[in-house]
Design a protein around this ligand. Structure first.
Ligand code: DC
Length: 236
């Protein structure tokens, strides 16, 4: 079905491990809206690339055009299925491996490439279907859905984000070190915010939601409150 611009979008952007995925998916469930985890598309691209033997060079080496083109082709042809909380790549449930630290690092690197972002743009917009969409990422409000009816910039302190990520990994039976997680979070924040293309920035119409001292339930409630408030008095 074609994406319909009048379908309402709630765009929630923010840094790694800020809890935006948990909040966005719960808000979507409560409103009966569709949900798009846009970061998963970058993670899937990184994972599919690794599996295709298309390896990224070490951090400080620029990706050549030929490799960027190949990565964009992989992004454009991802064989992916979202099924509730599960994500399938080429018939395999990759929900867990998608969240590991290697994939997180590589996703951040492929996300800096213009051809990859271009390849994923329409794919993301196609998730906009009635009755509505809640989506989370870095450029949902600024680039992908600039006409979103509600834009939230959801964040938390780096220490709190590392703690949440640690808990999540341990609960999933994955190895984790707080020190490594904190270092990776700082490195990813820096890369996501400083890249030339679609950097992580708060859109001028987005409202800030700092969840450092909030439970997930309280953050969900606050997003719903802002959604209802804009429905009764839209700002533009
Ligand atoms: O939200 P996440 O941690 O799953 O995102 C994985 C990576 O993808 C992260 O480094 C930032 C990048 N990303 C992006 O550049 N644009 C988006 N809309 C979503 C994620």
């Amino acid at each position: 079905m074609a994406a319909v611009p009048s379908v309402p979008v709630i765009a929630i952007d923010g840094p790694s491990a800020s809890g935006k995925g948990t909040v966005a998916s719960r808000v979507a469930g409560l409103l009966g809206f569709h949900y798009l985890d846009s970061g998963a598309l970058y993670r899937l691209t990184a994972l599919a690339a690794r599996r295709a033997g298309c390896l990224l060079p070490a951090d400080d080496i620029a990706v050549e055009d030929a490799l960027a083109g190949r990565l964009a082709q992989i992004a454009a042809t991802l064989d992916v299925r979202f099924d509730g909380a599960a994500i399938w790549l080429a018939g395999e449930d990759v929900s867990l491996v998608l969240r590991d630290e290697q994939t997180s690092r590589e996703a951040s690197r492929v996300a800096a490439l213009a051809p990859v972002r271009a390849a994923l743009l329409q794919r993301q917009r196609d998730f906009r279907r009635a009755p509505g969409l809640v989506t989370d990422g870095r450029d949902m409000a600024t680039v992908v859905f600039p006409d979103a009816v509600l834009k939230i910039f959801l964040t938390a302190s780096a220490d709190e984000r590392a703690r949440r990520r640690y808990k999540q990994l341990i609960e999933n039976g994955l190895a984790a070190s707080m020190e490594d997680l904190l270092r990776d979070i700082h490195a990813r924040d820096q890369r996501d915010a400083s890249r030339a293309l679609a950097p992580l920035v708060q859109d001028h119409r987005a409202s800030l939601l700092d969840t450092t001292c909030l439970t997930a339930d309280a953050a969900v409630e606050e997003v719903l409150r802002r959604y209802r408030a804009q429905a009764t008095s839209p700002c533009e």
